[in-house]
Ligand binder design. Structure first.
Ligand code: NAP
Length: 486
């Protein structure tokens, strides 16, 4: 078999940004049979699931695009969620992704048996695949708060990723729990229709001001007419975001870091009431939690019909939220902007590798991967957006494409018959994991705050090196670090 071309049967899990890119790029590599399993009824991943008022991508639009589908028509510097979802659908349609997606087919198990992955979905057994590429996303399991009485609430309550659009907000008393990126976008968007918004804050945030300017028609026409101009804008933003921002949080650009922190402090200084300003002042270093980008939040929370509640929540009752000062905050609608479980990407699947041991057991005390992309004991199992992928304020599309470039080189080895099974070796996996832990221990994320970056065992889910290091790592696999079985 060695040296011959093989037509591979490849399962892709998830039809979000990563899955869409995978199908398109795989098609360029050869005539493989590709099947995408998608739990929902349409593509788009996070942009399909998150439809809350005010949803906007806080990564600049021109950075948030597939390299093979540049988009001259973004409406704003930071485009609204529905526009991004429309882009996802358009790309899936234009590039013929839809026909290979099996919608409403959630993978429930993947079992390595006799040289292949046997996949079972909610629709039943799907057969055997030579390789699996997972693109399940990072933030797709909503985390509900562990607050007494949540089920007792008599009004409408929902998580931001499950927004109930049948509930009118007009004239309602709306409570929002949480002050992450999501809540900070929701509050300015609902304060107009609401009678009153009560924002329950457990931790104050660092907030970078950034007006969301529309992109004028003439500019869009210029981008349309000159792809070089569009590419130049991309390069400029990539340098600003990945070069400067990533380097700053990775501890490699102290001057940039200080400029960013000062911009946040100056933003906070616009809050007129010193008492409110004090309660909005974070007590940890900028970048420890994911940096929030908004020019709308401080004006919104200073309105007379908005209240920042900093007394801790003791319980939820039929009529509203009770806080530690004994006060009941009467509410009609309760919005849970309480984030996601980012640490159990395969929580709904039973994955069993070569040893017969379920991955959930192997990962019981933390996810261990080789460079975030492959896993010992899981042959031909490749991950986009896997554990310790670059997270935070980056374009996930860029990250996923880099990882895909790496994965496709391994897929090519399978296709060329140079290997039947590709699995990372234990020793390089341990070495990489140790280097990761050492670096994370001294990182900004471990400098003294609580965030979704931490798993329940204290492991940090982010990537602690510069974006350039990530790109270099993803340029080509180090084949000596893999067992290539023929
Ligand atoms: P998050 O950042 O994890 O924030 C969750 C919030 O809920 C925190 O303020 C947390 O308080 C609070 N919370 C959780 N449990 C609570 C409880 N029991 N009682 C009181 N408060 C509680 O979640 P998110 O805002 O959904 O954002 C998650 C990530 O999604 C972001 O960091 C970002 O990566 C991504 N996102 C991106 C965009 C974008 O524009 N690109 C927009 C939205 C989200 P503590 O801070 O005290 O833990």
């Amino acid at each position: 078999m060695a040296g011959t071309e093989r037509r591979l049967r490849i399962a892709v899990i998830g039809a979000g940004a990563g899955g869409i890119a995978t199908v398109i790029r795989l098609r360029e590599r050869g005539d493989h049979e590709v099947v995408v399993f998608e739990k929902a009824a349409e593509p788009g991943g996070t942009w399909r699931d998150n439809t809350y008022p005010g949803i906007t991508c806080d990564v600049p639009s021109h950075l948030y695009r597939f390299s093979f589908a540049p988009n001259p028509d973004w409406s704003h510097k930071y485009s609204p969620g529905p526009e991004i979802q429309a882009y996802m659908r358009q790309v899936a349609s234009d590039f013929g992704v839809d026909p290979v997606v099996r919608y409403n087919s959630e993978v429930v198990s993947a079992t390595w048996r006799e040289g292949g992955w046997e996949i079972v979905t909610t629709q039943g057994p799907e057969g055997r695949f030579d390789a699996v590429i997972t693109a399940v996303g990072i933030l797709h399991h909503p985390a509900l708060p562990d607050i007494e009485g949540l089920d007792d609430f008599a009004g409408d309550a929902f998580h931001t990723a499950r927004w109930d659009h049948s509930v009118s907000l007009q004239g309602k008393r709306i409570g929002v729990i949480g002050t992450g990126s999501t809540a900070i976008q929701v509050v300015p968007a609902i304060v107009d229709p609401a009678e009153k918004v009560s924002l329950f804050q457990r931790t104050a945030q660092w907030i970078m001001p950034e007006p969301n300017t529309p992109i004028p028609d003439e500019k869009r026409a210029a981008y349309r007419a000159d792809p070089g101009l569009l590419a130049g804008q991309y390069d400029h933003l990539a340098q600003a975001f990945n070069g400067a921002f990533c380097a700053a949080v990775a501890g490699e650009a102290p001057d940039v870091y200080e400029r960013m922190a000062q911009a946040c402090r100056d933003n906070l200084a616009t809050v007129a009431d010193p008492e409110l300003r004090a309660r909005l002042t974070p007590d940890y270093r900028m970048g420890c939690k994911r940096l929030i980008v908004s020019s709308l939040f401080y004006p919104a929370i200073q309105r007379p019909d908005a209240e920042l509640v900093t007394d801790s929540i003791t319980r939820i009752e039929a009529g509203g939220v009770r806080t530690a000062d004994g006060r009941l905050h009467p509410l009609d609608v309760l919005v849970l902007a309480t984030g996601f479980d980012a640490h159990h990407p395969f929580a709904d699947m039973r994955i069993t590798g070569r040893s017969g041991r379920p991955l959930s057991e192997t990962w019981a005390r933390g996810n261990v991967t080789y460079r975030g992309v492959t896993v010992p004991d899981l042959p031909n199992w490749f991950m986009l957006g896997g554990p310790n992928s670059p997270l935070g304020n980056f374009s996930f599309l860029m990250t996923a494409e880099r990882q895909l470039g790496y994965v496709l080189q391994l897929v090519d080895l399978l296709a060329a018959g140079k290997a039947q099974e590709i699995t990372p070796l234990e020793a390089p996996t341990e070495a990489w994991t140790q280097a990761l832990k050492d670096r994370l221990a001294g990182s900004i994320w471990a400098s003294g705050c609580r965030s979704w970056y931490f798993d329940p065992h204290g492991n940090v889910a982010t990537y602690p090196w510069s974006y350039e290091t990530f790109e270099a790592e993803m340029k080509a696999p180090i084949l000596e670090d893999y067992a290539l079985a023929t």
